[in-house]
Design a binder for this molecule. Structure first.
Ligand code: B12
Length: 218
C-alpha cells in the first residue's frame, strides 16, 4: 500500500510538472480506487508540484504558459479528488452557512475550490461566489444570504488589500458584527489578519476547516 501510494503521488507530481492532464486524472482515479486519503493525495501529490512550478515562475525559470498548463493538469486531478472528498463527507447536518470567493482582481481558484470542498465535507453549507468578486457583490450577498462565515481568498500581494476593503465595506453597512471573516491565500499571515481585523486565517485546507469550525464554536 505504501509503495502504491508513493508511486501514485510521484506520478501525480510528474503529471503536473509535465502538463499531463490525462495522466493526472487517471492517477487521481487510481488513488480513489485504491482507497488513498484524497486530501493527502491533493496536497502531497498535486498542490506541492504546482507550488514548485509557481516558485520556478517566480524566479524566472518557468514561463506563464507552463504555469497555466501545470494548473490545468492539477485541476484535472483535483476534480476527481474533490468529488471523492465531498462524497466521504455527505450526510452530515449543516454546521453553518459559508460564503466563499476570491477577491476582485484575482482569478486564482484552485486553493479556494479545495477549501470549499473540504468545508462541504466538514458539514458546511457553502455558497461559492467564484473569482474576481467585487467588494460590493460580497456585501450584497451578505445582506441576502446572511452567512455565518465569509471566506476571502487572495493569492497576490496586489489583491490581498481587497480583503481589507471588504471588511471596511461591511463595517460601513453595519454588517461586520453579524458575520465571521476568515482570510486565506499564499500571502496571508497572522499579522495580516490582525492588521485588517479579520477573525482567522487558513494556511491550507486543513487549517481553514479547523479554524472555521472553531469560529462556529464546534
Ligand atoms: C496556478 C497559478 C496561477 C494560475 C491560476 C489557475 C487557477 N484556476 O487558479 C494562472 C496561470 C491562471 C495564474 C495567473 C496569474 N498568476 Co498565478 N500562480 C499560480 C500558482 C503557481 C499556484 C497557486 C495555486 O493554485 N496553488 C495551489 C493551491 C492548492 O494552493 P493555494 O492557492 O495557496 O491555496 C491554499 C491556501 O493558500 C489556502 N487558501 C486559499 N484560499 C483560501 C481561502 C480561505 C478562505 C482560506 C481560509 C484558505 C485559503 O488553502 C488552500 C488549499 O491548501 C502561484 C504560486 C504559489 N506559490 O502560490 C502563482 C502566483 C500566485 N501567481 C502570480 C502571478 C503574478 C500571476 C499573474 C499576474 C501572472 C501574469 N503575469 O499574468 C496571473 C494573475 C491573474 C489574476 N488577475 O489573478 C504570483 C503572485 C505574486 C504576487 N504579486 O503576490 C504567484 C505567487 C507566482 C509567483 N511566484 O510569482 N496563476
Amino acid at each position: 500500500m505504501i509503495i502504491l501510494s508513493e508511486k501514485i503521488l510521484e506520478g501525480l507530481r510528474e503529471a503536473v510538472l509535465y502538463f499531463d492532464e490525462e495522466e493526472a486524472r487517471r492517477l487521481a482515479e487510481e488513488a480513489v480506487e485504491a482507497g488513498l486519503d484524497p486530501v493527502e493525495v491533493l496536497e502531497e501529490g498535486l498542490a506541492k508540484a504546482l507550488r514548485e512550478v509557481g516558485d520556478r515562475f517566480g524566479s524566472g525559470e518557468a514561463f506563464i504558459t507552463e504555469l497555466i498548463a501545470s494548473a490545468q493538469a492539477m485541476e484535472a486531478g483535483a476534480e476527481v479528488l474533490n468529488r471523492e472528498i465531498a462524497r466521504l463527507g455527505v450526510a452530515r447536518k449543516s454546521v453553518g452557512k459559508f460564503l466563499i470567493g476570491t477577491v476582485e482582481g484575482d482569478i486564482h481558484s484552485i486553493g479556494k475550490n479545495i477549501v470549499k470542498t473540504m468545508l462541504i465535507a466538514a458539514g458546511f453549507e457553502v455558497v461559492d461566489l467564484g473569482t474576481d468578486v467585487k467588494t460590493e457583490t460580497i456585501v450584497e450577498k451578505v445582506k441576502e444570504l446572511e452567512p455565518d462565515i465569509i471566506g476571502l481568498s487572495a493569492l497576490m500581494t496586489t489583491t490581498m488589500t481587497k480583503q481589507r476593503e471588504v471588511i471596511e465595506a461591511l463595517k460601513k453597512e453595519g454588517l461586520r458584527e453579524k458575520v465571521k471573516i476568515i482570510v486565506g491565500g499564499a500571502p496571508v499571515t497572522e499579522e495580516w489578519v490582525e492588521e485588517i481585523g479579520a477573525d482567522a486565517c487558513g494556511f491550507d485546507a486543513g487549517s481553514a476547516v479547523e479554524n472555521s469550525l472553531r469560529l462556529m464554536g464546534v
